[in-house]
Design a protein around this ligand. Structure first.
Ligand code: S3P
Length: 464
């Protein structure tokens, strides 16, 4: 590497593919805030061209990051490996032909409670390698590694056992690939304090597949998903729904960027910038970069429409009410439609319109009808179109009070409070089954909006 004669630093990211990378935005932001003059570019090298081009591409840079699939492949081109990079054979930051792992450093700085805990690591690729290293360096009690590619996980375990002869590292084999359920892997036998997802399961655009079953999540105390797009994966939403602390991979992405900047310029004063504020900015940007559908479900009167409108306005994305779409399409009120065509026909129209709304481009908040997600096929429509389901659960008494004197809901007509409560109880299991996250919507609309924002990892105080 030659370096630059002028003051402007030239940095970049080598990898393939790089289309969706957030790194240029993150590094530009850090450099701007900290008064570092420089640029950060994406340098995509196809796998069959790596060996021919890597030296040429990197020679004019002052420093660079390296990502999948090249974190090991870069090593022969370097003169020296520093810190954890050498021991664990993984490099993601380079300066003057010296390789470092800011990934491991970032994972060590994260809030993952490794020490004394049993950690489950899902995956056996580059991310899993860094997580396993951080867990062992920090003194975890044990580390179970699970991967569908059992040979790869066996190899990783063998290598790490040599590096940490006294550590307890094992192949988790009670977890099965469960093709029947919506979870990729399912297990109700294993108990882990900490679960770290280092697989691509749940990554945008295939957000519908969470890596593990609810049972496994419920038995844990901390969940970390190395995926940062979408801003909250189904895994993270599920954990937060049950009060289990969970962090998205954006935490690691920002932390490793800061560590890289420090490696490239040890004198830089990085205290001038707030990683949390940057995370918030990026999370709000995600609605444009990686569009998702926030789908609200729950019993009549739980507040889907009012909460949906308020949430959409806060997130600055559009709002759609499925009932309103149906009213507009059919030219009839829901009550008249029920009276003329019956409930089954309404349900068919509802399913068709849900499909159309879900296929719209861009992020959107959708309030469904209280019965929409009673049909499994509609849940599937949501899942396969980057939809995340929030169940707004209000006490039936509150719903009854809110819908008193209502004439627009045919299912409330001529029903006693007892019967309405009964309908709620019948539907409750289906709402819970379908949901990615449950919030109590018995309070104010602002309360409900704040709970959904918290589940997504968004906080107003930090959004400037
Ligand atoms: C229904 C709920 C209504 C509407 C229709 C049927 C239901 O929507 O779709 O009257 O089956 O629960 P809201 O939940 O918005 O009231």
């Amino acid at each position: 590497m030659t370096g630059n004669s002028n003051d402007r630093r030239k940095y970049g990211l080598i990898g393939h593919p790089l289309k969706h990378s957030l790194s240029p935005y993150i590094h530009d932001h850090i450099m701007r805030k900290c008064g570092i003059k420089g640029s950060y570019k994406l340098l995509d090298i196809p796998t069959d061209e790596f060996d021919d081009h890597v030296l040429k591409v990197t020679e004019c840079l002052d420093g660079y990051n390296i990502t999948i699939p090249y974190k090991e492949r870069i090593i022969p081109y370097l003169n020296k490996l520093e810190g954890h990079a050498g021991k664990y054979s993984t490099v993601n930051t380079v300066i003057e032909a010296k390789g470092f792992s800011s990934d491991i450093e970032a994972l060590l700085q994260s809030e993952i409670p490794y020490k004394g805990n049993n950690i489950l690591i899902l995956g056996a690729g580059g991310a899993a390698r860094a997580v396993l290293a951080a867990a062992l360096i920090s003194g975890c009690r044990s580390a179970g590694v699970w991967s569908r590619r059992t040979e790869q996980s066996a190899g990783l375990i063998e290598e790490f056992r040599r590096l940490h002869p006294n550590a307890i590292i094992f192949q988790e084999d009670t977890i099965n690939t469960d093709t029947k359920s919506t979870n990729l892997y399912s297990c109700d036998k294993a108990f882990y304090d900490v679960i770290v997802n280092a697989t691509p399961a749940g990554m945008w655009p295939e957000c519908g597949i969470p890596p593990v079953s609810r049972e496994l999540i419920l038995n844990s105390v901390y969940v970390y998903d190395t995926i940062y797009n979408p801003l909250a994966t189904r895994l993270v939403l599920c954990a937060r729904s049950y009060g289990i602390r969970a962090e998205s991979g954006l935490d690691m992405l920002v932390r490793q960027a800061v560590v890289s900047q420090k490696i490239w310029d040890p004198k830089a004063d990085l205290s001038l910038f707030s990683p949390l504020k940057l995370q918030q900015r990026v999370k709000y940007m995600m609605f444009n970069l990686f569009p998702i559908k926030i789908v609200l479900t729950g019993f009549m009167g739980c507040g889907k429409t009012v909460t949906g409108k308020a949430l959409a306005s806060v997130l600055k994305i559009p709002f759609t009410d499925l009932d309103e779409v149906i009213i507009e399409r059919t030219g009839m009120t829901i009550t008249d439609f029920f009276a003329e065509n019956g409930e089954e026909t309404f349900r068919d129209i509802e399913s068709e319109n849900l499909k159309e709304v879900m296929r719209k481009e861009g992020s959107i908040v959708i309030a469904t009808g209280g019965g929409t997600l009673m049909r499994d096929q509609n849940v599937e429509t949501v899942r396969s179109n980057r939809g995340f389901i929030f169940f707004l659960d209000a006490e039936p008494e509150i719903s009854i009070k809110r819908t008193e004197n209502d004439t627009l809901r045919p299912l409330l007509k001529n029903r006693t409070s007892e019967e309405i409560r009964e309908l709620y109880s019948q539907r409750l299991p289906a709402y819970i089954r379908a949901s990615d996250h449950i919030i109590d919507s018995s309070g104010s609309v602002t309360d409900s909006v704040n709970r959904i924002k918290a589940a997504l990892g968004l906080s107003d105080a930090l959004h400037t």
